[in-house]
Unconditional design. Structure first.
Length: 311
């Protein structure tokens, strides 16, 4: 048997769900693994709102990563949907990366997650992330895990502890090798030349949302949503994109637009640069801001935004 056949015989393929509290670096980790920016990142907790698949390929096999919204204590329907989206992925996965920020104390949210993982049979990799910041709280996460499971981690089966940094790519290769050990032998489920299956409309909306998140403070980001209403390729290879930015209050509309339209202009410029890279064409971006009371609790609006469906 030649080497090629051997390779194919051992080819592995499976799904890996990346879960954890908001802001622990899940999307950054996914981008580092697939070596491309497919998930938006911001310092605001609850940035990711729907599940995002990232596909990693090498000779050993194909890993389908699912980046999920941070698990939190929800306050509205959007939050509840985000949680159920994240939890839903755990049961389909062949392996779970449970990512924690080793610099932040554990808390109520963390206990909620660990207790949900308590009886899960799927292998778990506990990723102690952001080790580049030299946090000293890893022990707290290990203790919490041991408390819930009722035994030391050394006696846990299908459980691995791994220090990580998505930002500096520390231990990314080790992580990938570890995952392959947990995956079943089987053919690739996705073409090997794509890194994500995210719908274009959602990808465009998320790029705009990321630029907005970077400029907003406090509660405003959570009140924002972006709905891409039109994507048309015009003559001379210009992609015309019309998107609506939803806010919950009139005062927020003013913040998003800024004095003399400055904030919106900056958002538009930053988003356009990135969209031109994504779409490999010139982009004309038409942004409008609209005020819609309590959209986060409105099922129709959530559906429109792609947040209501079973992702
Ligand atoms: N120092 C450091 N910062 C990181 C690392 N990974 C992510 N960050 C930062 O942490 C913040 C949150 O990162 P995200 O990747 O958006 O986190 P997330 O877990 O996807 O967050 P949600 O989508 O809100 O659940 C951003 O400001 C990142 O730049 C890391 O390894 N080291
Ligand atoms: Mg995220």
């Amino acid at each position: 048997m030649d080497t090629q056949e051997n390779l194919e015989k051992d080819f592995r393929c499976g799904m890996v769900s990346i879960i954890g509290r908001p802001n622990t670096g899940k999307s950054t980790l996914l981008n580092a693994i697939v070596d491309e920016k497919i998930a938006i990142v911001s310092s605001v907790p609850q940035t990711t709102r729907s599940r995002i698949r990232g596909i990693y390929n090498d000779k050993r096999g194909q890993i389908i990563f699912i980046d999920t919204p941070g698990l939190h204590l929800p306050q509205d329907r959007l939050g509840a949907w985000m949680n159920s989206t994240a939890e839903g992925t755990m049961h389909e996965a062949d392996c779970i990366i449970y990512l924690v920020d080793a610099n932040k104390p554990t808390g109520q949210e963390e206990e909620m997650i660990v207790s949900r993982l308590k009886n899960i049979k799927t292998p778990v990799i506990l990723g102690l992330n952001k080790v580049d910041l030299n946090g000293k709280r890893a022990d707290e996460y290990i203790s919490l895990w041991e408390k819930v499971k009722g035994k030391p981690i050394t006696e846990m089966k299908s459980f691995v502890l791994l220090p990580l940094s998505g930002e500096t790519r520390y231990n990314i290769d080790t992580l990938i090798s570890l995952i392959f050990e947990f995956l079943p032998v089987g053919p690739a489920l996705y073409p090997t030349d794509i890194v994500s299956d995210m719908p274009q409309k959602m990808a465009i909306a998320d790029i705009i949302r990321e630029k907005l998140f970077a400029m907003m403070r406090e509660e405003v980001p959570h009140s924002l949503a972006v709905n891409v209403e039109e994507i048309t390729l015009k003559q001379k290879k210009v992609t015309y994109i019309r998107a609506e930015i939803l806010v919950e209050r009139d005062s927020q509309k003013e913040i998003v637009i800024g004095k003399g339209g400055q904030v919106l202009k900056k958002v538009g410029t930053l988003a356009r640069i990135e969209l031109e890279e994504l779409l490999e064409s010139k982009v004309f971006l038409d942004l409008n801001v609209k005020w819609q009371k309590k959209w986060r609790d409105d099922d129709t609006v959530l559906q429109d935004l792609g947040y209501g469906q079973d992702a």
